[in-house]
Design a protein around this ligand. Sequence first.
Ligand SMILES: [Fe+2]
Ligand SMILES: [Fe+2]
Length: 276
Amino acid sequence: MIAPFELDWLGGAAATRLRRRRPGIDELPWSTLDPRGLDAATLDAARAAWTDGAFSEYASAAAFAALALALLEAGAPIDLTAMAGDFVVDEITHVELNARLAAQIGGAAPHLVELDRVAPVCAPGPAIARAAELAVRICVIGESLSVPVLVSAARRATHPLVRAVLGRIAHDEGPHARLGTLVLGWAGDRLAPHRDRLIAAAVRALAAYAPLWRDDADTSPTPDDASAALGLLDAVTHRRVLRRAVRARVVPALDAAGLAPAPEAIDELLGGRVAA
Ligand SMILES: [Fe+2]
Ligand SMILES: [Fe+2]
C-alpha cells in the first residue's frame, strides 16, 4: 500500500532502552540549526534530502533485519548474526537523526512509500545463498557506496549540527560495509554452487544504482555555499564519489570473494549505457 512516509515515537520504556543502547543523540547541538537564516530553495533541498535520507535509512534497517534472519536460518556464527541485528538499531538511529534534522527546518518533505515492500526480496534457495546475496547487495554494494558519500558530505558540512550528525552516521556505516566481507568469508567455498547467482545479483544491484552516477540527466543547479554548509553534495561531486567507490571499494570486495562481474560489465555499468 502506498502511503505518506510518517514516523512515530512511543517514548517511555522503549525510548529509554534505545537511548541507553545509542546514547548522545539528545546532546547534539539541535538548537543551532535556525531555518530563518536560509533561503527557500536551500530549505526545500535540505528538507527533501533529509526526508529521503530518513527513508533510505529505514530501508537499510529492513535490509539488515532480512540479513539477520537469513543468517539465523543459515546457522551462521552467533557473533556474526548479532552484528546484522545490531545494525538494525544503528539504522533506526540514523532514521531518527535525519528526521530530526528535517524537523528543525519545518518538517519532512512529502514522500510516498510502500512500507510492505521495504525489505529486500531474494529468489528462493538455501539460506546460505540468500544470506550471501543479501550481504553482497546490502553491505558490499549499498553500504560501500554510501560510506564515501557520507564522509564527503560530512567533510564539506560546516554547520555544527549537520557536521555532527553526518559524522556520527558516517562513523557507523564503515562496519556495515565490512559485514559483507565477513559473511562471504564465513560462507567460503560453500558459495561455489551459487557463484553465478551471486554475480548476477551484484550486477543487478549495481545497475539499480547506476542512474545515480550517470551524466546524462544533469539538471542540478550549481552548488552554493549554503547547501554545502548543510552537507548537501552537488550532483557532480555525488557522481564522482559514487563512481570512485565502485572501482575502489565495491569491485575489490567482490573480487576478494571471487564474485567480481566481468571487467567489461563494470565498464558498461559505469559508462552510463545501463538501464536501471
Ligand atoms: Fe545508516
Ligand atoms: Fe548502514
